[in-house]
Structure formats: C-alpha cells, structure tokens
Design a binder for this molecule. Structure first.
Ligand SMILES: N#Cc1ccc(Nc2nc(N)cc(-n3cnc(CCO)c3)n2)cc1
Length: 286
C-alpha cells in the first residue's frame, strides 16, 4: 500500500531537527515521467537506526495517512528503505511546524487562530467519519502550508502530520511526557480511540491560544502523572466560551467529550462572536 522510492532518487539537504525516534531533513526527490525528470522538494523523515524495531509502526502511521486523502492531511509520497535507514518521504510544507511558528511570530490574530482551529476540527471530523484515530494531535504536528497575512487578508492553511510511531511502542516515559496531549485513559489502556483525539484537540486549542507555549512544560514525569491522578485541568483562558470548549474536550470521561460536528459548530460560533470583533478592533459593535 506504499509507493517505494529508490534511494538514488533522493537528495539530502539540511537537518531540520527531530521528533520521537526520528530525524527530519529537507531534501528533493526526482522521478522520471515519460523521459521528463521532475524534481520535488520533500521532507525526509528518518527512523533512528536504534529503533529499527519500530519500523512497522513508523510506516503504519504513514500508510494511515496515505490510504486517505484530504486537503488538511499531509501528503506522504512514499517510503524508501536503504541499508538500515527507514525513510518516509513527505510533501515539504512551506512554513513548518505550527508550535515553532507561533512562538516566533507573536502577532497572529484571534481570527487567524480560530481559522486554524476550524481546519484542525475539519481534519478530525474527516478522520472520525472514517473511524480513524490519529493519536498524536498537537501543535508540533500541525504544519503551516500558508501563512496568511492580515494585510492581504488571506488566511492560514494547515496540514495535519502523520502520528509518528505509535506510543504503545515508544514506552511509558514517552506516553507520560505527552501529558497533557495524551488522553488520560490511554495511560491505562495504551489504546488510541476516537475520543482521544478530542482530548488532544482541547490541548492543542490551548497551545494555539497561548502562542505555542507548551502546557505543563515545567513539570517532570511524576508531576505530569499526578496532574491526571488529581483530575487536574489546564489553566482556563480568559475567553470563557473558548475555555468552555477546551474543558468539554478535556473531560476525563471519554464518552462526555463532544462530537466533531459539535466542535465545528462551537468553533464557528466563536468565529462569529462579538469577542472576535472586540479583539480584532478593540471596540464592540454599536
Ligand atoms: N525553518 C523551517 C522549516 C522547517 C520545516 C518545514 N517543512 C516541514 N514539512 C513537513 N512535511 C514536516 C515538517 N516538520 C517540522 N517538524 C516536524 C516534526 C514534528 O512533526 C515535521 N516540516 C518548513 C520550514
């Protein structure tokens, strides 16, 4: 179910950092189509050689993304296996991971953030309709394809990245470190269900409206585990309706979390609410 890409068709560029057990590089892929050579800029995601045993899960995560296509899901061109290197070849998304972008540019507007939230909710709704749980929703896994700028009033455009290697293989400490993105029930079951993505949506909303600041970042793994043991909640944002939506998503009982349809409806009403106008203009309509 995967397009296999020959290693010699890949050229490697600079390292762009790392994820869980992976390294990412800028690069290019060439392919011959009826005598014409096409060169495409790509993102090369390499599974660490010392985690070779995760290669099935690494590719499983990618194949999940390549079986379905949606405008807000990252495009995976294929995989390349060369000697001990397992490589996933992804479309190169122009502005990279959203968490870094938000930390860098503190000037994005409330409507910009709500637009991103709505796009993520649509991607989740699409996955829910296919009964596919992503399992790693977070700002780091939202890629910014288009910045959108206030002047020309064109809006941002995001793509949801692959979930990466399944947490169940990554070990307990990785799962604990993903608190508060990982739903509490996952710590017991290590199973990812659709409801888990709703919890993570709430955490990601919190991140977006805190300019990419990671929640609970100062806590160690024990303190993170206690955060769930004490049924704690993230600090509420001052915008009450937004804080309510986050709280609905981050309910400890999975069955009480809202459906994606409800999430989309609530994000839409935030978009049309006065707060949005007040925040954008500093005054309420007469
Ligand atoms: N400066 C800069 C810059 C860096 C990266 C990109 N592009 C891109 N394209 C992708 N397909 C995936 C990622 N990516 C980034 N971080 C992760 C790991 C967490 O998911 C994945 N970045 C564009 C500009």
């Amino acid at each position: 179910q995967f397009h296999m890409i020959k290693h010699e068709d890949l050229t490697w560029g600079e390292s762009l950092g790392q994820g869980s057990f992976t390294h990412i590089f800028r690069g290019h892929k060439t392919d011959q189509r009826d005598e014409v050579t096409h060169t495409t800029e790509v993102l090369l995601k390499v599974l660490d050689a010392n985690h070779k045993n995760c290669w099935e899960s690494f590719f499983e995560a990618a194949s999940l993304m390549s079986q379905i296509s949606h405008k807000h899901l990252l495009l995976v061109y294929g995989i390349s296996v060369h000697k001990s290197k397992n490589i996933m070849v992804q479309e190169f998304v122009k502005h990279g991971a959203l968490d870094l972008y938000l930390k860098k540019s503190m000037s994005v507007s409330v409507s910009w953030k709500l637009d991103v939230a709505k796009q993520l909710a649509c991607a989740l709704n699409f996955l829910e309709e296919k009964n596919i749980a992503h399992g790693n929703i977070c700002a780091k896994n939202l890629l910014l394809a288009r910045e959108g700028d206030p002047s020309s009033d064109n809006s941002p455009f995001i793509k949801l990245s692959d979930p990466g290697t399944s947490m169940t293989l990554l070990g307990k400490d990785v799962v604990l470190d993903r608190i508060p993105w990982v739903a509490p029930e996952v710590l017991d079951t290590l199973e990812i269900e659709l409801e888990c993505d709703k919890w993570s949506f709430g955490t990601t909303l919190w991140e977006i409206f805190n300019n990419g600041e990671a929640p609970l970042q100062g806590l160690d793994l024990i303190q993170k585990q206690q955060f769930y043991e004490h049924f704690s909640n993230l600090p509420a944002l001052e915008w009450t309706e937004l804080a309510d939506l986050i709280a609905q998503c981050m309910q400890y009982q999975p069955e009480l979390r809202p459906s994606c349809r409800s999430i989309i409806r609530q994000v839409n009403s935030l978009i049309t609410s006065d707060y949005e106008i007040l925040h954008a203009t500093g005054t309420l309509p007469k």
